[in-house]
Write a protein that binds this ligand. Structure first.
Ligand code: ZN
Length: 217
């Protein structure tokens, strides 16, 4: 079992379990959990806690499939799309939850160039947050940017450096309004990741700002 250094927090896992997050973030978390046995164990513990609490709820209000569905039923709220993790023992680059959105494997991704050799493919998720696959050539530096909300980036191939930290396959980098960064793809292998963001990024450079509306990033 590979150890994943940068796992999602219990807070974000709880958001996933309770159906509180936008579809784009659910997809990143389901993919991370597919690649990380420890995160999956933590997620199952949270679901068990939620299940124990729900045992107090009258049977008629229980939804058959999941904790999140039951919560939504009780609150009368909508059930947000929530891709399910699939533990991955083999090694295709894309975990099962992402393959469902791509409609195939890595070879089926419809990449669009965004400049400097970087490519992206926006995945169809609910509009409250965006999810995209990014292909970043080895050694390539991403434009310096800040954030207007939560951003989660899961590495699927290769690695990137963010400040003093190195993120490799299975690792998740979480950023928010407080954080400005310039991730750099590690040398040696082109980096593929999936990034979800709640709002458009705040680019500091002129060129990225000019092209941003066209790239929907
Ligand atoms: Zn960022």
């Amino acid at each position: 079992m590979t150890t994943i250094t940068h796992q999602v927090s219990d807070d974000l896992l709880a958001g996933y379990v309770s159906g509180d997050l936008a579809e784009a973030f659910n997809l990143v978390i389901a993919s991370h959990v597919s690649l990380c046995d420890e995160a999956r164990a933590r997620m199952e513990a949270l679901e068990a806690i939620g299940g124990t609490v729900l045992e107090q709820v009258p049977e008629a209000q229980m939804a058959p499939d999941s904790f999140a569905a039951t919560l939504a039923l009780i609150s009368g709220g909508d059930i947000r799309p929530r891709p399910k993790p699939v533990p991955q023992r083999d090694c295709p680059v894309l975990p099962a939850p992402i393959r469902d959105y791509v409609g195939g494997s890595l070879a089926d991704v419809k990449w669009r160039p965004v400049g400097m050799g970087v490519k992206q493919a926006i995945l169809a998720t609910s509009p409250d947050a965006s999810a995209r696959l990014l292909y970043i050539p080895a050694g390539c530096e991403m434009p310096d940017h800040g954030h207007r909300g939560l951003e989660m980036t899961l590495v699927l191939q290769g690695a990137f450096l963010d400040g003093a930290e190195r993120y490799a396959r299975g690792d998740v980098d979480v950023a928010d309004e407080e954080i400005d960064h310039t991730p750099i793809a590690d040398v040696g292998e082109d980096c593929i990741c999936i990034a979800a963001s709640a709002a458009p990024l705040k680019f500091h450079g002129l060129v990225p700002r000019l092209v941003q509306p066209f790239l929907k990033i």
